[in-house]
Ligand binder design. Structure first.
Ligand code: ADP
Length: 266
């Protein structure tokens, strides 16, 4: 890591996510170059842009599935890469990473449910094992989450008995059961048959509207992005080229590159 990765001050917590001059390389391929942006608590921010521009890498960095090569990432009042020890900031250890990671949930393109467990157990497993909830408490919560995603009648089903859209709604319930402050959505409808997309997006919209969870969403569903986002960031070659409210970005973008991209996908 370069010197800019060593923060000297404690972060403030009026932001939920802060990337500060983040650099990420894979070999010689500089995927993110000095990337800075902030997401406020409760905001729904969508990343759009061409394939290969670095959007998924941002989510993977937040999940600590990748490490930065420079700059810092902050979640709430904590750095991902550093922790406080005896009044000083030192490189984070695994325990610190786990603590920060616990604040973040992620829903993937592939739902990744446990195939050998029923729906209920898919949702209660982590809250019991990781959060230390009692079985009763976890099951009660799971029931209300299943109601929220419209799948109360599937509580005893196995994932293989569900449609892709239903599996994805279980995956959303499972992520929520961990009580995340931030929910990362990575192309959550890309693997679904077209007729199943709307149900999943409706569930996400309801969650966005009824909770104070902060969302960072990567999607090709432009209508959804326009309807639910507080802000949309147009991303190209590792940099944000436009950051605006959806109405502005989708109808009157400032940048030619945004215009071209929207023209190609809409
Ligand atoms: P997007 O989500 O915008 O499609 P990604 O973040 O997936 O873009 O990828 C950005 C770039 O990083 C691409 O050039 C991709 O090939 C590269 N990349 C992503 N993950 C890896 C990896 N694990 N190893 C090597 N290169 C990677």
């Amino acid at each position: 890591m370069d010197s800019q990765s060593n923060p000297s001050t404690r972060p403030v917590s009026d932001v939920m996510i802060r990337f500060d001059r983040v650099v990420k390389k894979f070999g010689d391929n500089v995927v993110l170059r000095d990337l800075s942006f902030e997401v406020e608590p409760g905001e729904f921010v969508t990343l759009i842009g061409p394939s290969g521009s670095g959007k998924t890498t941002i989510l993977r960095l937040l999940m600590t599935l990748e490490r930065v090569n420079g700059g810092t990432i902050q979640v709430g009042e904590e750095y991902l890469s550093h922790m406080e020890k005896n009044g000083k900031l030192v490189p984070a250890d695994e325990k610190h990473l786990r603590k920060v990671r616990r604040r973040i949930g992620m829903v993937f393109q592939q739902f990744n449910l446990f195939p050998n467990m029923k729906v209920l157990q898919n949702i209660t497993e982590a809250p019991i094992r990781v959060l230390g909830q009692s079985r009763d408490e976890a099951e009660e919560k799971a029931r209300s989450l299943l109601e929220m995603v419209g799948l109360s009648d599937k509580i005893d089903a196995h994932p293989s008995q569900l449609s892709g859209g239903q599996q994805q709604r279980v995956a959303i319930a499972r992520a929520l059961a961990m009580e995340p402050e931030v929910l990362l959505l990575d192309e959550v409808t890309s693997a679904l048959d077209p007729e199943l997309v709307a149900g999943v997006l409706a569930v996400l919209r309801e969650i966005a509207e009824t909770t104070d969870i902060t969302f960072l969403c990567v999607t090709h569903e432009m209508q959804f992005a326009r309807d639910v986002s507080d802000r949309v960031m147009m991303f190209d070659r590792g940099q944000i080229i436009e950051d605006a409210k959806p109405d502005k970005l989708f109808t009157d973008p400032d940048h030619e590159r945004t215009r071209e991209f929207l023209h190609a996908v809409l």
